[in-house]
Design a protein around this ligand. Sequence first.
Ligand code: FAD
Ligand code: 2HG
Ligand code: ZN
Length: 492
Amino acid sequence: YTKDKYPGIERSTALNQLSSEDITFFKSILPPTSVITDEDDLSSYNVDWMRKYRGQSSVVLLPKTTEQVAKALAYCNERRLGVVPQGGNTGLVGGGVPVFDEVVISTQHMNGIRSFDAASGTITCDAGCILEVLDNYLAERGYMMPLDLGAKGSCHIGGNVATNAGGLRLLRYGSLHGTVLGLETVLPDGTVLDNMSTLRKDNTGYDLKQLFIGSEGTLGIITGVSMLTPKRAKSTNVALVGLESFEKVQETFHMAKDMLSEILSAFEFWDHKAAGLVRAHHGVGHKDPLTSQYPFYVLVETQGSDSEHDMAKLNGFLEKLLESSIVDDGVVAQDDTQIKSLWSLRELIPEACSKAGAVYKYDVSIPVPKLYTLVEDMRERLAAVGLLGQQVEEVIGYGHVGDGNLHLNITATSYDSKVTQAIEPYVYEWTAKHAGSISAEHGLGLMKAEKIGYSKSPSMIHLMRQIKQLIDPHGIMNPYKYFPSTHQHQHQ
Ligand code: FAD
Ligand code: 2HG
Ligand code: ZN
């Protein structure tokens, strides 16, 4: 297997290899076209969005019902076959693709909307519904999904819940720990945990669904989701401003909270390197709408119920920023097309970063005043060791300022251990030293399985392991991910 590709990771001897009898069994519980074994058809399930992680699974299952998931999982558990749950395969930490020969169970065919209650805004659906499809469905009914992200056209709601995805509007609509009202999950032994509650309040016993939110496929497969969705805003407005320094980005944020308060729905920043990559890779259609280029950009979005009032507030905010020389330039979108166009400058950054040969992605929570210092320190470090301008092309910073979440992307000509060693463990040590989290919203996956100790204490990791052991005693669910391997050094 891929010993060289994943040094230090051994295939678990506790897990069996797939046999032709296993395939026969899967074909007995699923339609033949839902058991993929053809080499060409398998390839897209074996490689991740960044093309950084590649596994060698020889079977992908596409169940349509919860019952089929339960049968498949119970069988894998009995046979000790490793399993990787997969949604839209847009994850950024190598969690959704196999490491070796695990069975992939994809939610691709589980895409039905089960119910919608127009009075409360509660939607219940299968885990394989695509985020954007759900949002369009709700739009027709005057509601919206409380989360939004650049991958909305492909990611599944089950994948969003499994990673506890944050996204572009968390600052306004909150995290999935608050908006998910219920989950239906299948445990490794085939037990269906039916907790598809639609209640806002339910203090009866441990809130078990919370365990699965952000569990990244390590405890079971989420098959159904019940969510509270907000009313779709009648008015959405977007402004883009150019700024000279990250201090000014922070001043703008304080002023946004002050002057836009209840209508503020997103506050995103990116640096000139990010803007440059989007311009270079997405062409003239994504030219800067500002008169010149700036070291930093901020996109501010408001959502409210009275467009005149909201627009007046946003214009007042922009005037104050310009008057007090906090920003140098700014535009307000005049229609939906301009709103989309301004948002695309931000949403296309991950894709633009991926156009280089390789991209190293770090997703950290850091107190806002220090958010950009990591980017500057990393740039200095990579220059000092002679990598910047050589194998390393750019060090880019952007992210969700409103949530204290930085995305540090480092583009390079190829994935190379010399580059990795220059970045890690420095980036994790830096983050831990500044009381941050090494995974703000993307999760641990394979990438950070060994790194959890930078953000969680040994006693917390110990309890997590006990929970894992209780629910998945044979370790079939998403092996090699999330937890440090027991034979390796653990960071304390
Ligand atoms: P996958 O990639 O298929 O899987 C992700 C993880 O969840 C894996 O560990 C997998 O095993 C597990 N999993 C998937 N489905 C299930 C299930 N039904 N039951 C149990 N486990 C399951 N993330 C953010 O938080 N905020 C962002 O703003 C954001 N923007 C992004 C923009 C782009 C362009 C891209 C490519 C990614 C972005 N992401 C963002 C990453 C984010 O994690 C995913 O986009 C999304 O949440 C994953 O959903 P998915 O269906 O693609 O899951
Ligand atoms: C975003 O906010 C995503 O655009 C992706 O979380 C970040 O690619 C990244 O590093
Ligand atoms: Zn993000």
